[in-house]
Design a protein around this ligand. Structure first.
Ligand code: BG6
Length: 305
């Protein structure tokens, strides 16, 4: 069904790269580059940008875009040294395969399949479908990973969401309490994972943690006011269409703080004050997919107040 007032436009973005602009008749917009299927802007209203993109981000079709929502697949970090950090999905060119509008939702679907190059890095056949659904109040991004080959594979995946904040010193995050986490900054082996004791997590130093969550919902507050909620789920979809939810998806919390910011060529020295990454995914373990099985990782970004 078509719906007047909603639009999906193909346009040329920064660096001459193709991108897709979704516009909801209520005023919300979202902008996605085919490069990495990277969402680079989400505005629930014309005045408010929810996502952070560095002013030094490169739009050169080589380096992952520093900000927005890059997609991490099939590895998180670099457990396999022959493959780039965070895998190849964020630096691959995705095809816009479908667009649809209904009364409430403007939708775009991007596809990525294996190629000779990806098979050299990771010898499996896959279909990634990334669906962005814009409503008047929310944006849902949904990554479906399907095993199209004859052999099972193991992978990790993550929605690397950079949220824009006014002042990191005023930020508090709710939803991590009681959940175990791996502290990647401390980087020392521990017998038992520590558990988050704080109801409200603030950031005052380099922070790089993989929380094994269960609440599936993190709320970001600034100066005590709720600003945005990120809700997420992960499930395996079987060949017959039945699905099994994964009860404890991970959520990475990342802020590079002073020194790491200075070490990144595509990030401003003081920009750590304007962002925080909340990254839902499955990364503390590899998930396994049999031929024909799929895995669905979904987040809804809900601006508040
Ligand atoms: O610089 P990259 O490859 O985009 O990674 C940024 C950060 O991504 C986060 O997901 C990781 O937990 C961090 O360790 C990493 O530094």
């Amino acid at each position: 069904m078509s719906c007047p007032g909603h639009t999906v436009l193909r346009e040329t973005g920064l660096g001459g790269m193709p991108r897709v602009l979704l516009k909801h008749k209520a005023g919300a917009t979202a902008e996605v580059y085919n490069f990495g299927a990277t969402l680079t802007s989400y505005k629930p209203t014309p005045e408010r940008e929810v996502l952070f993109v560095s002013h030094k981000a490169l739009f050169d079709g080589q380096k992952a875009i520093r900000g927005g929502v890059p997609l991490v697949f099939p590895q998180f970090g670099q457990p396999k040294k022959e493959m780039a950090q965070h895998g190849f999905a964020r630096t691959s060119h995705w095809e816009l395969s479908d667009t649809a509008v209904t009364e409430d939702v403007v939708r775009a679907v991007f596809h990525l399949t294996d190629t000779e190059i990806t098979r050299m890095l990771w010898p499996f056949s896959f279909l990634l479908s990334y669906t962005l659904s814009l409503t008047a109040q929310t944006l849902t991004t949904s990554l479906r990973i399907e095993n199209k080959g004859e052999a099972p594979f193991e992978a990790q995946a993550l929605l690397h969401t950079y949220l824009r904040v006014r002042d990191i010193g005023q930020v508090a995050l709710r939803g991590f309490q009681h959940h175990p986490f791996v502290d990647k900054v401390a980087a020392q082996a521990v017998e038992r994972l520590p558990t988050e004791t704080r109801n409200s997590v603030n950031i005052a130093q380099e922070t790089d943690r993989v929380y094994q969550t269960g609440a599936n919902e993190i709320t970001l507050l600034e100066g005590g006011a709720e600003r945005v909620k990120v809700e997420y789920t992960a499930c395996t979809v079987n060949r017959d269409g039945s699905d099994e939810a994964l009860p404890h998806p991970d959520c990475v919390l990342w802020n590079p703080w002073v020194q790491k910011s200075q070490a990144m060529a595509d990030f401003g020295d003081r920009e750590f004050q304007e962002m925080v990454c909340l990254e839902p995914g499955i990364v503390s373990a590899f998930y396994s997919l049999a031929p024909g099985q799929a895995f669905l990782l979904e987040q809804t970004i809900r601006p508040l107040g």
